[in-house]
Ligand binder design. Structure first.
Ligand code: ADP
Ligand code: MG
Ligand code: MG
Length: 248
């Protein structure tokens, strides 16, 4: 589904990623871990197509297409969803309207008919029920005055609504209390299936106790220095990153 080959990325002429390789197949959950400043957010921002990240070498294929040639909106249309550490707030725009607009933009890209208010209401109610979320989330302004946990809940609802094939969560667990963490984990676990893949970028192993990844990678100084299965998470929990970073 996603192939990252020898990805080199610079920010303001500083080389940050120095040859990242990654292969994500349908249905797989990958965790990208690593100490602060190792390039995790640079990797997710590059996959999302954010400005200011210059790809200086390598390639990224998503379902066989050159991902780096696509605009961020096109990436969403193709089936990539990104949740960031700091979700945006949009005063005066109801969540329901925002989600309907986003869903219809993606449907248009996929040559599907738009959902009208009534069809969308049914559609989103199903998602809310699946995620066991409070329906009042829909009538409030996007993320305005939301607690950290509510913002996460909203991210997960957006993720469910857009029905992506690849979800990338960048440190969405940072600073969350355990209840909010469980909301994110429950959301991911409810949406996990044999066609949908996840990349969970995190500094902490906590969330990985609730969302068991199939593959775990450690990014350090812009390179993946170790890959393994869930046992690597346990090893990092016990030994920290030192044993890996000292070898570099
Ligand atoms: P992580 O998410 O693993 O903590 P980042 O990808 O945020 O790491 O950052 C990796 C490195 O890139 C860090 O050394 C950071 O200082 C640097 N960096 C990130 N963003 C910028 C930027 N906008 N300008 C210059 N350097 C940056
Ligand atoms: Mg950081
Ligand atoms: Mg980061």
């Amino acid at each position: 589904m996603l192939t990252v080959r020898n990805l080199n990325v610079s920010v303001e002429d500083n080389a940050i990623l120095k040859g990242v390789n990654l292969e994500v197949r349908p249905g797989e959950v990958h965790a990208i871990m690593g100490p602060n400043g190792s390039g995790k957010s640079t990797l997710s921002a590059t996959l999302a197509g954010r400005d200011d990240y210059q790809v200086t070498d390598g390639e990224v294929l998503f379902k066989g297409k050159d991902l780096l040639a696509l605009e961020p909106e096109e990436r969403a249309g193709e089936g990539i969803f990104m949740a960031f550490q700091y979700p945006v707030e949009i005063p005066g725009v109801s969540n329901q309207f925002f989600l309907q607009t986003a869903v219809n933009a993606v449907r248009k890209y996929r040559n599907q008919e738009p959902l009208d208010r009534f069809d969308f209401a049914d559609f989103i109610e199903e998602k809310i029920a699946l995620l066991k979320m409070p329906p009042d989330l829909l009538t409030r302004s996007v993320n305005v005055g939301f607690s950290g946990g509510e913002k996460k809940r909203n991210d997960i609802l957006q993720m469910a609504a857009l029905e992506p094939e690849l979800c990338i969560l960048d440190e969405t667990d940072s600073g969350l209390d355990i209840d909010a963490l469980k909301v994110v984990a429950h959301g991911v676990n409810s949406l996990r299936n044999e066609r949908r893949s996840f990349i969970i970028v995190t500094h902490y192993q906590r969330i990985l106790d609730y969302v068991k990844p199939d593959h775990v990678h450690v990014l350090y100084q812009g390179r993946i220095v170790k890959s393994g299965d869930f046992s690597l998470v346990k090893q990092l929990e016990e030994q920290g990153y030192g044993w890996l970073t000292e070898q570099q």
